[in-house]
Design a binder for this molecule. Structure first.
Ligand SMILES: Nc1nc2c(ncn2[C@@H]2O[C@H](COP(=O)(O)OP(=O)(O)O)[C@@H](O)[C@H]2O)c(=O)[nH]1
Ligand SMILES: [Mg+2]
Length: 457
């Protein structure tokens, strides 16, 4: 198999390490990036204060870990054998500290007033095995391979910080957060937010900074993933009330928790449910319990789906985690580019030239951009062709069989004709497609087909 971008990036870093032998700082920098290439994907959750970062981290992990209070600017979440916090001060050696469960939610770590660079929380959890999370207010942290950037609105100004920070479209997803509060928190808030996100994802100004735009309510997502039996019972009790009695009490927080509530559900329980789901979330849960959700697990799943989390997880998987190698290679190459610019000397000239070729010619990066364009509708192809294009550029998996839409057991001699006919079809599309964007897309798909043929031949 032709060496992937990840391997070619690794080789180039190794050769750079030889060229920089004896140059202590450069060697350390290269060692750091070489090691990072083999690590799990580093996914940052970024955004302004109270945009919902901590809540989203919890929703993705499926537990109440964040917020981790303290004065750290950046908090990492890694898989670990037991919950603990590793603290990295600016100007002192790192130390470990216990992670204390806070009374209401999240955890605290005892930290000095200032001077903490970062905290690494180790939390035993499957979701963190392949992906590390980073919560930070910085828009595009250099330490991340990919970014989920949370915004409360989707005006032009809201994406300006991302643009200014140099967000690279292949590794960023923009999330319209706290989507349940959209449209004044009306019943259709989530739908409205999803519609706004869909409209923005095809806008070229948006696509210049991100792969996709999704709406999500982290609060409803998190409550859905961690729904307790008692909460489910409360929702069911409310759903069981005659509608005309219940409805007026679902219109404001005061009425929902007030003494005149038409049932024996204790006020404390109603208040707890409200704190977990918000009023919009309570209304949604009650509607689901009246119609389709027949158990705690079903209600939890449906809340996660409606909140936008399920779609977000699919996007993270399709666009980021399955592309781990490509995304990490890109970061490593950009890091090498910085180093070569800052520390150029005669022996590194050929490295710079090779690096440029690799970055410009990396077909994997073009595949990634095309996937996002197909997904968001920025490139429109007729239905069947769009599906085939997505498959051939690796949208359903990177193996030859997956790309060709064949059974994984298919013998190699059957792959060749399939790849050949796909190549012929897409060669035709490079001139026959109706739009210029479609013809450019066809070039990328054709290249994916010939890469399979090269590899088989
Ligand atoms: N309505 C609503 N509130 C949310 C949502 N996500 C977070 N919040 C609330 O917004 C506040 C800030 O959330 P947090 O996750 O701590 O934001 P961070 O500062 O970005 O980490 C908290 O009171 C959360 O309960 C959401 O999706 N919908
Ligand atoms: Mg936070």
């Amino acid at each position: 198999m032709r060496a992937g971008l990840e391997q070619r990036a690794g080789d180039l870093l190794d050769r750079a390490a030889q060229a920089f032998r004896g140059h202590t700082r450069a060697e350390a920098w290269l060692r750091h990036h070489r090691a990072r290439l083999g690590e799990p994907l580093r996914l940052a959750v970024t955004g302004g204060p109270r945009s919902g970062k901590s809540t989203l981290v919890n929703a993705l992990i499926g537990e109440d870990v964040a917020p981790v209070a303290g004065n750290a600017e950046a908090v990492w979440f890694h898989d670990g054998t037991q919950p603990l916090a590793r603290v990295f001060p600016e100007a002192a050696p790192p130390f470990t500290a216990p992670l204390e469960r806070a009374a209401r939610r999240g955890h605290t770590v005892a930290l000095p007033e200032s001077g903490i660079r970062q905290v690494v929380v180790e939390w035993p959890c499957r979701a963190l095995r392949r992906t590390r999370l980073l919560e930070t207010a910085e828009e595009v942290p250099a330490e991340a391979d990919a970014v989920l950037h949370l915004v409360r609105h989707l005006g032009d100004d809201d994406l300006a910080p991302l643009r200014a920070a140099g967000a690279h479209p292949v590794h960023t997803l923009v999330l319209l957060s706290r989507a349940d509060e959209m449209a004044g928190g009306r019943t259709d808030a989530l739908l409205t937010a999803k519609r706004i996100a869909r409209r923005r994802r095809t806008d070229p100004r948006t696509s210049a900074v991100c792969q996709d735009v999704l709406a999500v309510s982290a609060r409803i997502a998190h409550a859905g993933r961690t729904l307790r039996e008692q909460e489910y019972a409360t929702v069911v009790a409310i759903a069981g009330l005659p509608r005309p009695d219940a409805e007026p009490h679902l219109l404001s927080a005061d009425r929902f928790t007030g003494a005149s509530f038409p049932s024996a559900i204790p006020a404390g329980r109603r208040a707890d449910l409200l704190a977990r789901l918000g009023l919009g979330g309570v209304r949604l849960a009650v509607t689901l319990a009246r119609t389709t959700a027949r158990s705690r697990a079903e209600l939890g799943d449906q809340l996660a789906r409606q909140s936008g989390l399920t779609e977000l997880q699919a996007s993270i998987s399709d666009l980021l985690t399955t592309r781990r190698g490509v995304l990490k290679a890109r970061v490593a190459l950009v890091a090498l580019e910085h180093l070569l610019r800052a520390e150029a000397h005669p022996a590194t000239g050929h490295l710079a030239a090779e690096l440029e070729l690799l970055l410009a010619g990396a077909h994997e990066l073009r595949e990634l951009r095309l996937l996002a364009a197909l997904r968001t509708g920025r490139v429109a192809l007729p239905g069947d062709l769009a599906l085939e294009a997505r498959r051939l550029v690796g949208g359903d998996g990177g193996a030859h069989c997956e790309r060709l839409g064949l059974d994984p057991q298919t013998p190699p001699e059957k792959l060749w004709p399939a790849a050949e006919s796909a190549a012929a079809r897409w060669h035709e599309q490079t001139t026959a497609a109706a739009t210029a964007a479609g013809r450019r897309a066809a070039e990328v798909v054709l290249r994916s087909c010939t890469a399979i043929l090269d590899d088989l031949g």
